[in-house]
Every structure is written in C-alpha cells, then in structure tokens.
Design a protein around this ligand. Structure first.
Ligand code: GDP
Length: 430
C-alpha cells in the first residue's frame, strides 16, 4: 500500500502545485478531493508557466491518471478550457482524466449569486470569495438541491434538480436586485445535457478507482486545495472555504477509508500569506509587507489579487499539522527570505492565546528575529546545496526551529519555482 496526501498547511497558495508536480512523477494516480476553480496551482513546465484550476497537478506525466473527486465542485466551462489548453501542450490523453459521478457542478447562476452577494455585502460582511460560484454550489449540495455529474446524464433527474434551484434562487436573485435574472429552466437543462455528453465518458466511481489502484500496489497521491486554516470546520470561520481542506477531507472527498492513508505531507511557505478577509496574526502592513510581497511575487494565481504577507506563524502551523496528522512538512519559498534584510518568526502569542481554544482574532504574535538572512551568500548556498547538511547554517537552524515547534520532520524544501529547485530528505511513498 502506498498513498500520500498533500495538503496546504496555511491559508492556501503554499506552493502545493509545484510540490505535487514533483511528487506526482512517482504516482500512477493523482486525485484531487476538494474545492473548485477557486484554487490555482502554478506549474513551471520547461520554463513555461501553466496554471491549473481543476485538473490535478499530475497532468504532465503520460500515463498518470488524474482524478477529480466527489468532494470537488466543477465548472464545466472552466474544465473544458483547461483540458483544451493542456492538450495543446500535448499533455493529458483522453483516458487519463476521470471525474467522479458524485462531484457537483457549477452553473452560471452559482457564479451570478456569488458575485451579487459580494457586491451587495457591506465591507464588514464581505468574505472575499473568488466569485467563481464555488460557495453557492457547495451550499446547494448541503441543501440537497445540488446537481452532480451523474445528474447531467439523466434528463428527468436534471430537470427536477434544476427546478429545485429555480424555486430556491429566483427569489434570492430578486432580493439581490437582479429581477431580470430568473432562471430559464429549459435553457439550463439543455446546457447541462450538453456538458453531460462530453463529461459522461470520463465519469466514474472515483473512490472505487482509487481503492482498486491502492489494493493493486499502485502509488496514489491525493492532492488538496487551499489550506488547513481555510477548512470549513476547523479554519478561521466564517472566513473559510466551503469544503474540507485538511487531510480528513480525502476520505469523504474521494470515498476511501482513513486506513488506506499512509503519509500526509503539509506544504508551508517559509513565511505566511493570505488572500481574502479574516484573521492573520503575523500580517505585515506597510513597507515590510510590500517587500515580502514583491520578493515572493505574492499575487493570486486565480484572481491576481495581491496577497497579504507576514512572518511564519509556528502556533498556527502546529495546529495545521495536528489537524491533518502530518507526517512530513515541505517548506517552500526559502529563497524569498534570503532576499530580505530581516526575518522574524512567531513562536507563540501574547497572553498565551491558543489558536484552537481562543481563535486567531485576538492573537498578537511574539516575534523573534532570526539571524543570518539578507545575505546573498545564503541564496547562493540554498541553490548550491545537494542535501540538508549542505544548506547554509542559518537555513538549517530555521528548519530545526520549525521541526521543534511542530514536531513534524521537514521532508522537502523548495528554493525556487522550478521543479529542479527542490531538495528531498525523505521518500514520499513507503
Ligand atoms: P498553490 O495553490 O499552493 O499551488 O500555490 P500557487 O501556485 O498559487 O503559488 C505558489 C507560487 O509560488 C507559484 O507561482 C509557484 O511557481 C511559486 N513557487 C513555488 N515554490 C517556490 C519556491 O520555492 N520559490 C519561489 N520563489 N517560488 C515558488
């Protein structure tokens, strides 16, 4: 048995795309278990930047099956465009892509509602969603009126599901000021059936596909979206995503039991970023934050929004490690810190605020300056290192500090966006 779950250990954008891309080379199946096209993974393939929003990051390896699980919400228009782009690059053969019959589908009315709500909300109430309809699609799922991929294959069921949405949403559209946007049931049925025609051949029982692969000894990689602190149940509610972004989400979002999971690797940047609203104790405002944003090119892969930046938050990271039962940590973007004149790290919060018990709203970080950064030799040393012992002393001390606080070994470091700029200290698959 050989399975690895890769999840974000912060508020998303940790560099999961690159790490999954590196690790996927060994896997025969890469399956994504949560989220929709509110996530964006950046891969660099032969120097060319490629952003995938729905297709798992293993898509570049011929023969690797890429699976979109039941826990995802899929916008077929976006999915189609992404597949076309990948095929132009010669990636992703037809039989390498599979979609769960139970994944939910985003319709244009989900996007419309998402945008209208954000527009109408007061600044204080705005969540800062990506306006892609992801939240409303998950809402429909919980309200038992969601449309699944399997519903696109059955006209009676599709019409019945869409009629339920019309009943529920026409009134809300009106209330949000879009009186002229009542749902056109028959047009939506046609649209859904059209999607079903090309999605149908790749639809499957994704849990069974993964379980069978695991049973026959294949290596299966489960790819998370967003990060632990955005998890619907355990994140900084209500400023969270609408799905389960911790490792437990694999079980529900794919349809396998926890006993099939071997390893869980969490991805963290060497500092912290966040987009959207919500608490962020180590957030830097002013020039210090700007410097970190520019050094790390911290602009969203999906929306282009500038990310808020701050120092690494060890109490929050430790909580994320516990929530996912991490067996390894991957630290990305170490090169970004090397460019800065000063680096700090948060080891605890004032007044012993506990992130699980007290939440992060009141957390004031106790920061410690870390010696040795802002030195060009560090960057050179990072790029020249072949193993952990070869890393500059200041970097090793930084990694030691992370391990000491989280009690999770650092298994991989990333020192640049390219897949070659990666050092691995452990095997991904047992
Ligand atoms: P994801 O959603 O977690 O995959 O993260 P994103 O892809 O949105 O953001 C990560 C960004 O950082 C991408 O532009 C990557 O190419 C880039 N990146 C990943 N690892 C490194 C690294 O070690 N150093 C630098 N400088 N950039 C990195």
């Amino acid at each position: 048995m050989s399975t690895l779950v890769v999840v974000g250990a912060q508020w998303g954008d940790e560099g999961k795309g690159k790490v999954v891309d590196v690790l996927a080379e060994e896997a025969s199946v890469v399956a994504r278990f949560a989220g929709g096209n509110n996530a964006g993974h950046t891969l660099v393939v032969d120097g060319r930047k490629l952003i995938t929003h729905l297709v798992p990051s293993g898509c570049r390896y011929p023969g690797t099956r890429c699976v979109l699980g039941a826990g995802m919400v899929i916008d077929p228009e976006v999915f189609r465009a992404e597949i076309d782009e990948l095929r132009v690059l010669g990636l992703l053969a037809q039989d390498e892509l599979r979609v769960s019959l139970d994944a939910h589908v985003i319709f244009p009315f989900h996007r419309a509602i998402d945008g209208l709500r954000e527009d109408r909300a007061s600044t204080a109430e705005r969540i800062g969603t990506t306006r892609r309809g992801v939240g409303p699609a998950y809402e429909a799922k919980a309200a038992r009126r969601g449309v699944r991929v399997r519903d696109l294959l059955d006209v009676t069921r599709l019409r019945e599901r869409l009629a339920k949405n019309k009943d529920a949403l026409d009134h809300e559209m009106q209330r949000l000021g879009a009186e002229d946007q009542a749902l056109d049931l028959e047009a939506l049925v046609e649209q859904g059936l059209g999607w079903g025609r090309w999605l149908g051949p790749m639809a499957c029982d994704a849990g069974e596909l993964c379980a069978r692969a695991i049973r026959s000894g294949e290596k299966v990689l489960f790819e998370g979206a967003q990060g632990a602190l955005l998890d619907l149940d355990h994140g900084t509610y209500p400023y969270v995503t609408s799905s389960s972004s911790i490792a437990g989400g694999v079980c529900t979002g794919i349809g396998i039991g926890p006993t099939l999971i071997d390893e869980v690797w969490g991805i963290t940047k060497a500092y912290t970023t966040r987009v959207g609203r919500g608490p962020f104790p180590t957030r830097l405002t002013g020039p210090a934050g700007d410097r970190l944003r520019e050094a790390g090119a911290e602009y969203g892969a999906t929306t282009g929004r500038p990310r808020d930046c701050g120092w690494l938050d060890l109490p929050a990271l430790s909580r994320a490690a516990r929530l996912s039962g991490m067996t390894g940590l991957c630290v990305t973007k170490l090169d970004v810190l090397a460019a800065l004149p000063e680096v700090q790290i948060c080891e605890s919060y004032e007044d012993d605020v506990d992130p699980g018990r007290d939440g992060l709203e009141q957390a004031v970080p106790r920061l410690r300056s870390v010696p040795g950064w802002g030195d060009p030799a560090i960057l050179e040393g990072l790029h020249a290192a072949k193993d952990r012992a070869g890393l500059p002393a200041a970097v090793r001390a930084y990694l030691d500090l992370i391990e000491e606080h989280t009690q999770v070994p650092v298994v991989l470091v990333s020192v640049g966006p390219d897949r070659a700029q990666t050092l691995r200290f452990a095997d991904a698959f047992s």
